[in-house]
Design a protein around this ligand. Structure first.
Ligand code: AMP
Ligand code: MG
Length: 333
Protein backbone atom coordinates (compact mmCIF):
# COMPACT_ATOMS: atom_id res chain seq x y z
CA UNK A 1 0.00 0.00 0.00
CA UNK A 2 1.45 3.35 -1.06
CA UNK A 3 -0.38 5.50 1.46
CA UNK A 4 -0.01 3.53 4.67
CA UNK A 5 -2.46 5.80 6.50
CA UNK A 6 -5.27 4.86 4.12
CA UNK A 7 -5.88 1.55 5.88
CA UNK A 8 -6.69 3.25 9.21
CA UNK A 9 -10.44 3.15 9.91
CA UNK A 10 -12.70 4.57 12.62
CA UNK A 11 -14.32 1.71 14.59
CA UNK A 12 -17.84 2.31 13.26
CA UNK A 13 -20.33 -0.56 13.16
CA UNK A 14 -19.85 -0.84 9.38
CA UNK A 15 -16.05 -0.87 9.62
CA UNK A 16 -16.10 -3.48 12.39
CA UNK A 17 -18.39 -5.66 10.25
CA UNK A 18 -15.96 -5.27 7.34
CA UNK A 19 -13.00 -6.14 9.57
CA UNK A 20 -14.85 -9.20 10.89
CA UNK A 21 -15.42 -10.35 7.31
CA UNK A 22 -11.68 -9.97 6.62
CA UNK A 23 -10.94 -12.15 9.68
CA UNK A 24 -13.40 -14.84 8.55
CA UNK A 25 -11.81 -14.83 5.09
CA UNK A 26 -8.35 -15.44 6.57
CA UNK A 27 -6.99 -11.87 6.41
CA UNK A 28 -5.19 -9.73 9.01
CA UNK A 29 -6.75 -6.91 11.06
CA UNK A 30 -4.95 -4.63 13.51
CA UNK A 31 -7.22 -3.70 16.40
CA UNK A 32 -6.97 -1.93 19.75
CA UNK A 33 -7.09 -3.79 23.05
CA UNK A 34 -6.79 -2.18 26.48
CA UNK A 35 -3.15 -3.34 26.62
CA UNK A 36 -1.60 -2.71 23.17
CA UNK A 37 -2.73 -2.98 19.53
CA UNK A 38 -2.97 -6.55 18.28
CA UNK A 39 -2.39 -8.01 14.81
CA UNK A 40 -5.29 -10.43 14.57
CA UNK A 41 -6.22 -13.44 12.47
CA UNK A 42 -8.75 -16.28 12.73
CA UNK A 43 -7.12 -18.54 15.34
CA UNK A 44 -8.67 -21.63 13.72
CA UNK A 45 -7.09 -20.95 10.31
CA UNK A 46 -3.47 -22.23 10.03
CA UNK A 47 -2.80 -20.23 6.92
CA UNK A 48 -4.09 -16.98 8.46
CA UNK A 49 -1.97 -17.59 11.58
CA UNK A 50 1.11 -18.20 9.41
CA UNK A 51 0.54 -14.81 7.78
CA UNK A 52 0.78 -13.15 11.23
CA UNK A 53 4.34 -14.46 11.60
CA UNK A 54 5.08 -13.39 8.04
CA UNK A 55 3.82 -9.83 8.63
CA UNK A 56 5.77 -9.52 11.90
CA UNK A 57 8.91 -10.91 10.28
CA UNK A 58 9.57 -13.03 13.36
CA UNK A 59 12.69 -15.19 13.13
CA UNK A 60 10.95 -17.95 15.08
CA UNK A 61 7.48 -19.16 15.98
CA UNK A 62 6.58 -17.78 19.41
CA UNK A 63 3.25 -19.02 20.70
CA UNK A 64 0.49 -16.42 20.28
CA UNK A 65 -2.28 -15.29 22.62
CA UNK A 66 -5.81 -16.20 21.52
CA UNK A 67 -8.53 -13.65 22.25
CA UNK A 68 -12.08 -14.78 23.00
CA UNK A 69 -15.41 -12.99 23.36
CA UNK A 70 -16.15 -14.72 26.68
CA UNK A 71 -14.62 -17.04 29.26
CA UNK A 72 -17.04 -19.79 28.26
CA UNK A 73 -15.68 -19.67 24.69
CA UNK A 74 -12.13 -19.74 26.04
CA UNK A 75 -13.19 -22.76 28.10
CA UNK A 76 -14.12 -24.63 24.92
CA UNK A 77 -10.54 -24.32 23.65
CA UNK A 78 -8.54 -24.72 26.88
CA UNK A 79 -9.14 -26.64 30.13
CA UNK A 80 -9.91 -24.33 33.07
CA UNK A 81 -9.07 -25.51 36.57
CA UNK A 82 -10.46 -23.86 39.74
CA UNK A 83 -7.67 -21.23 39.72
CA UNK A 84 -8.43 -20.29 36.12
CA UNK A 85 -12.13 -19.89 36.90
CA UNK A 86 -11.37 -17.65 39.88
CA UNK A 87 -8.88 -15.51 37.93
CA UNK A 88 -11.20 -15.17 34.95
CA UNK A 89 -13.98 -14.15 37.32
CA UNK A 90 -11.76 -11.53 38.94
CA UNK A 91 -9.89 -10.05 35.96
CA UNK A 92 -11.76 -10.79 32.71
CA UNK A 93 -12.39 -8.98 30.56
CA UNK A 94 -8.93 -7.54 31.15
CA UNK A 95 -5.15 -7.56 30.91
CA UNK A 96 -4.50 -11.12 32.12
CA UNK A 97 -3.52 -14.01 29.83
CA UNK A 98 -3.82 -17.57 31.16
CA UNK A 99 -1.64 -20.40 29.81
CA UNK A 100 -3.70 -23.61 30.08
CA UNK A 101 -3.75 -27.11 28.57
CA UNK A 102 -5.30 -27.18 25.09
CA UNK A 103 -8.42 -29.27 24.76
CA UNK A 104 -7.64 -32.07 22.33
CA UNK A 105 -10.80 -31.37 20.36
CA UNK A 106 -9.91 -27.68 20.09
CA UNK A 107 -10.20 -26.17 16.62
CA UNK A 108 -7.38 -23.71 17.38
CA UNK A 109 -4.42 -23.89 14.98
CA UNK A 110 -1.39 -25.83 16.24
CA UNK A 111 0.77 -23.02 14.86
CA UNK A 112 -0.85 -20.65 17.41
CA UNK A 113 0.75 -22.69 20.22
CA UNK A 114 3.96 -23.22 18.21
CA UNK A 115 3.19 -26.92 18.52
CA UNK A 116 2.86 -26.89 22.34
CA UNK A 117 0.06 -28.67 24.22
CA UNK A 118 -0.79 -25.39 25.92
CA UNK A 119 -2.82 -22.39 24.87
CA UNK A 120 -2.55 -18.76 26.02
CA UNK A 121 -6.07 -17.33 26.31
CA UNK A 122 -7.51 -13.93 27.15
CA UNK A 123 -10.81 -12.04 27.06
CA UNK A 124 -9.96 -8.40 26.25
CA UNK A 125 -11.97 -5.52 27.72
CA UNK A 126 -11.57 -2.91 24.98
CA UNK A 127 -14.98 -2.22 23.38
CA UNK A 128 -13.53 -2.34 19.85
CA UNK A 129 -11.84 -5.70 20.51
CA UNK A 130 -15.09 -6.99 22.03
CA UNK A 131 -17.12 -5.75 19.03
CA UNK A 132 -14.68 -7.34 16.56
CA UNK A 133 -14.75 -10.70 18.38
CA UNK A 134 -18.55 -10.63 18.51
CA UNK A 135 -18.86 -9.79 14.80
CA UNK A 136 -16.18 -12.24 13.61
CA UNK A 137 -17.64 -15.10 15.70
CA UNK A 138 -14.13 -16.55 15.76
CA UNK A 139 -11.37 -16.66 18.36
CA UNK A 140 -8.69 -14.20 17.21
CA UNK A 141 -4.98 -14.97 17.56
CA UNK A 142 -3.13 -11.70 18.04
CA UNK A 143 0.40 -10.80 19.04
CA UNK A 144 1.32 -7.13 19.35
CA UNK A 145 0.94 -5.33 16.01
CA UNK A 146 4.59 -4.47 15.41
CA UNK A 147 7.49 -5.97 13.52
CA UNK A 148 9.72 -8.29 15.53
CA UNK A 149 12.15 -6.43 17.76
CA UNK A 150 10.14 -3.19 17.93
CA UNK A 151 8.21 -1.97 20.95
CA UNK A 152 4.51 -2.75 21.16
CA UNK A 153 2.20 -0.20 19.50
CA UNK A 154 -0.27 1.76 21.62
CA UNK A 155 -1.85 3.81 18.81
CA UNK A 156 -3.06 3.21 15.25
CA UNK A 157 -0.23 5.41 13.97
CA UNK A 158 2.36 3.20 15.69
CA UNK A 159 0.87 0.18 13.93
CA UNK A 160 0.89 1.96 10.61
CA UNK A 161 4.52 3.06 11.04
CA UNK A 162 5.60 -0.50 11.88
CA UNK A 163 3.45 -2.70 9.64
CA UNK A 164 2.23 -0.25 6.95
CA UNK A 165 -0.31 -2.05 4.77
CA UNK A 166 0.18 -5.64 5.92
CA UNK A 167 -3.04 -5.61 7.98
CA UNK A 168 -5.94 -5.09 5.58
CA UNK A 169 -7.45 -2.65 8.07
CA UNK A 170 -6.19 -0.91 11.21
CA UNK A 171 -9.14 -0.13 13.51
CA UNK A 172 -8.37 3.12 15.31
CA UNK A 173 -9.56 3.02 18.91
CA UNK A 174 -7.31 5.84 20.10
CA UNK A 175 -4.48 5.31 22.60
CA UNK A 176 -4.53 2.04 24.57
CA UNK A 177 -5.65 2.72 28.17
CA UNK A 178 -3.25 0.24 29.84
CA UNK A 179 -0.41 0.66 27.36
CA UNK A 180 1.67 -2.36 28.42
CA UNK A 181 1.06 -5.99 27.51
CA UNK A 182 -1.13 -8.41 29.42
CA UNK A 183 0.35 -10.37 32.31
CA UNK A 184 1.01 -13.94 31.09
CA UNK A 185 0.34 -16.47 33.86
CA UNK A 186 1.20 -20.16 33.43
CA UNK A 187 -1.38 -22.37 35.15
CA UNK A 188 -0.08 -25.69 33.79
CA UNK A 189 2.04 -26.23 36.91
CA UNK A 190 0.84 -26.77 40.52
CA UNK A 191 2.18 -23.34 41.41
CA UNK A 192 1.18 -20.60 38.98
CA UNK A 193 4.13 -18.80 37.36
CA UNK A 194 4.17 -15.30 35.87
CA UNK A 195 5.87 -15.71 32.48
CA UNK A 196 5.55 -12.05 31.60
CA UNK A 197 4.73 -9.18 33.95
CA UNK A 198 2.03 -6.88 32.58
CA UNK A 199 -1.19 -5.03 33.19
CA UNK A 200 -2.37 -7.11 36.18
CA UNK A 201 0.10 -7.14 39.07
CA UNK A 202 1.50 -10.09 41.01
CA UNK A 203 -0.23 -8.78 44.16
CA UNK A 204 -3.57 -8.68 42.40
CA UNK A 205 -3.13 -12.26 41.16
CA UNK A 206 -1.89 -13.54 44.53
CA UNK A 207 -4.90 -11.89 46.17
CA UNK A 208 -7.06 -14.35 44.24
CA UNK A 209 -5.04 -17.60 44.06
CA UNK A 210 -2.31 -17.25 46.68
CA UNK A 211 1.47 -17.36 46.13
CA UNK A 212 2.85 -17.59 42.60
CA UNK A 213 6.13 -19.23 41.63
CA UNK A 214 9.45 -17.43 41.16
CA UNK A 215 9.46 -14.86 38.39
CA UNK A 216 12.04 -15.50 35.72
CA UNK A 217 10.83 -12.77 33.41
CA UNK A 218 12.37 -9.33 33.62
CA UNK A 219 10.32 -6.61 35.32
CA UNK A 220 8.73 -3.93 33.18
CA UNK A 221 6.94 -6.13 30.75
CA UNK A 222 6.78 -3.59 27.93
CA UNK A 223 9.39 -5.30 25.77
CA UNK A 224 8.95 -7.84 23.01
CA UNK A 225 9.21 -11.51 23.84
CA UNK A 226 10.20 -11.47 27.52
CA UNK A 227 10.18 -15.14 28.55
CA UNK A 228 11.26 -17.46 31.27
CA UNK A 229 14.11 -19.82 30.36
CA UNK A 230 11.86 -22.72 31.32
CA UNK A 231 9.36 -21.72 28.68
CA UNK A 232 11.96 -21.68 25.94
CA UNK A 233 12.89 -25.29 26.68
CA UNK A 234 9.29 -26.41 26.35
CA UNK A 235 9.02 -26.34 22.58
CA UNK A 236 7.46 -29.12 20.63
CA UNK A 237 9.64 -31.83 19.11
CA UNK A 238 8.53 -35.13 17.55
CA UNK A 239 9.64 -38.42 19.16
CA UNK A 240 11.07 -39.65 15.84
CA UNK A 241 14.47 -38.20 14.90
CA UNK A 242 14.51 -35.56 12.18
CA UNK A 243 17.03 -35.67 9.32
CA UNK A 244 17.33 -32.24 7.71
CA UNK A 245 18.32 -31.23 4.15
CA UNK A 246 17.35 -34.68 2.91
CA UNK A 247 17.88 -35.37 -0.80
CA UNK A 248 16.53 -38.92 -0.60
CA UNK A 249 14.42 -41.02 1.78
CA UNK A 250 15.09 -44.40 3.42
CA UNK A 251 12.62 -47.29 3.15
CA UNK A 252 11.48 -46.92 6.80
CA UNK A 253 11.65 -43.13 6.85
CA UNK A 254 8.87 -40.62 6.21
CA UNK A 255 9.56 -37.81 3.76
CA UNK A 256 8.52 -34.30 4.77
CA UNK A 257 8.75 -32.68 1.36
CA UNK A 258 8.82 -29.05 0.28
CA UNK A 259 7.98 -28.08 -3.29
CA UNK A 260 7.96 -30.28 -6.36
CA UNK A 261 10.41 -33.21 -6.22
CA UNK A 262 11.16 -36.65 -7.62
CA UNK A 263 12.09 -38.43 -4.35
CA UNK A 264 10.42 -41.83 -3.90
CA UNK A 265 10.77 -44.95 -1.77
CA UNK A 266 9.87 -43.83 1.77
CA UNK A 267 7.29 -45.34 4.12
CA UNK A 268 5.16 -42.17 4.05
CA UNK A 269 5.19 -38.70 2.56
CA UNK A 270 3.62 -35.33 3.28
CA UNK A 271 4.39 -32.11 1.42
CA UNK A 272 4.60 -28.87 3.41
CA UNK A 273 3.81 -26.99 0.21
CA UNK A 274 3.76 -28.67 -3.21
CA UNK A 275 4.08 -25.20 -4.78
CA UNK A 276 7.02 -24.20 -2.50
CA UNK A 277 5.02 -21.47 -0.73
CA UNK A 278 6.61 -20.72 2.66
CA UNK A 279 3.37 -19.38 4.20
CA UNK A 280 1.60 -22.63 3.32
CA UNK A 281 4.58 -24.59 4.65
CA UNK A 282 4.47 -22.73 7.99
CA UNK A 283 0.73 -23.36 8.23
CA UNK A 284 1.28 -27.12 7.75
CA UNK A 285 4.49 -27.58 9.75
CA UNK A 286 3.26 -28.68 13.19
CA UNK A 287 0.29 -30.70 11.97
CA UNK A 288 2.49 -32.63 9.50
CA UNK A 289 5.29 -33.25 12.01
CA UNK A 290 2.67 -34.74 14.33
CA UNK A 291 1.05 -36.80 11.60
CA UNK A 292 4.42 -38.33 10.59
CA UNK A 293 5.58 -38.95 14.17
CA UNK A 294 4.36 -42.59 14.04
CA UNK A 295 5.81 -45.72 15.70
CA UNK A 296 6.25 -47.46 12.32
CA UNK A 297 8.50 -44.64 11.06
CA UNK A 298 12.24 -44.70 11.89
CA UNK A 299 12.93 -41.04 11.14
CA UNK A 300 11.48 -38.01 9.36
CA UNK A 301 13.60 -36.89 6.40
CA UNK A 302 12.97 -33.20 5.73
CA UNK A 303 13.80 -31.66 2.38
CA UNK A 304 15.75 -28.37 2.40
CA UNK A 305 13.66 -25.26 3.16
CA UNK A 306 14.96 -21.91 1.85
CA UNK A 307 16.39 -19.68 4.59
CA UNK A 308 14.27 -16.67 3.53
CA UNK A 309 11.08 -15.09 4.90
CA UNK A 310 9.09 -17.61 6.97
CA UNK A 311 11.70 -20.23 6.03
CA UNK A 312 13.93 -18.76 8.75
CA UNK A 313 11.34 -19.57 11.45
CA UNK A 314 10.57 -22.98 9.94
CA UNK A 315 14.28 -23.93 9.87
CA UNK A 316 14.77 -22.58 13.40
CA UNK A 317 12.00 -24.89 14.65
CA UNK A 318 13.28 -27.90 12.69
CA UNK A 319 16.84 -27.43 14.02
CA UNK A 320 15.54 -27.16 17.61
CA UNK A 321 13.53 -30.34 17.12
CA UNK A 322 16.69 -32.10 15.90
CA UNK A 323 18.60 -30.95 18.98
CA UNK A 324 15.93 -32.18 21.40
CA UNK A 325 15.89 -35.57 19.66
CA UNK A 326 19.67 -35.77 20.12
CA UNK A 327 19.43 -34.57 23.74
CA UNK A 328 16.84 -37.25 24.63
CA UNK A 329 18.92 -40.48 24.47
CA UNK A 330 22.08 -38.63 25.64
CA UNK A 331 20.29 -37.47 28.79
CA UNK A 332 19.07 -41.00 29.50
CA UNK A 333 22.49 -42.59 28.86
P1 AMP B 1 2.84 -11.12 22.08
O1 AMP B 1 2.93 -12.11 20.95
O2 AMP B 1 3.74 -9.95 21.89
O3 AMP B 1 1.43 -10.73 22.38
O4 AMP B 1 3.36 -11.91 23.35
C1 AMP B 1 2.71 -13.10 23.75
C2 AMP B 1 3.36 -13.65 24.98
O5 AMP B 1 2.64 -14.78 25.47
C3 AMP B 1 4.76 -14.11 24.69
O6 AMP B 1 5.59 -13.83 25.79
C4 AMP B 1 4.53 -15.60 24.48
O7 AMP B 1 5.70 -16.33 24.58
C5 AMP B 1 3.50 -15.90 25.56
N1 AMP B 1 2.74 -17.13 25.27
C6 AMP B 1 1.80 -17.30 24.33
N2 AMP B 1 1.36 -18.58 24.30
C7 AMP B 1 2.04 -19.25 25.25
C8 AMP B 1 2.06 -20.62 25.70
N3 AMP B 1 1.27 -21.56 25.15
N4 AMP B 1 2.91 -20.93 26.68
C9 AMP B 1 3.68 -20.00 27.23
N5 AMP B 1 3.72 -18.70 26.85
C10 AMP B 1 2.92 -18.32 25.87
MG1 MG C 1 4.93 -8.36 21.18
Amino acid sequence: MINAASNIFAPSTENIAAAAAVIREGGLIAFPTETVYGLGADATNDRAVASIFEAKDRPRFNPLIVHFASSSEAGNAAAFDARAHRLAGAFWPGALTLVLERRSASAISLLVSAGLETLAVRVPAHPVAQALLAAAKRPIAAPSANRAGEVSPTSADHVSASLAGSPEMILDGGPCPVGIESTVLDLTTPRAVILRPGGITRDEIEGVIGPTGPANAAPGGATEGVKSPGMLARHYAPDRPLRLDAGEVGRTEALLAFGPHAITGGAAEMNLSPSADLTEAAANLFAMLRALDRPDISAIAVMPIPETGLGVAINDRLRRATQSALAGPAAKG
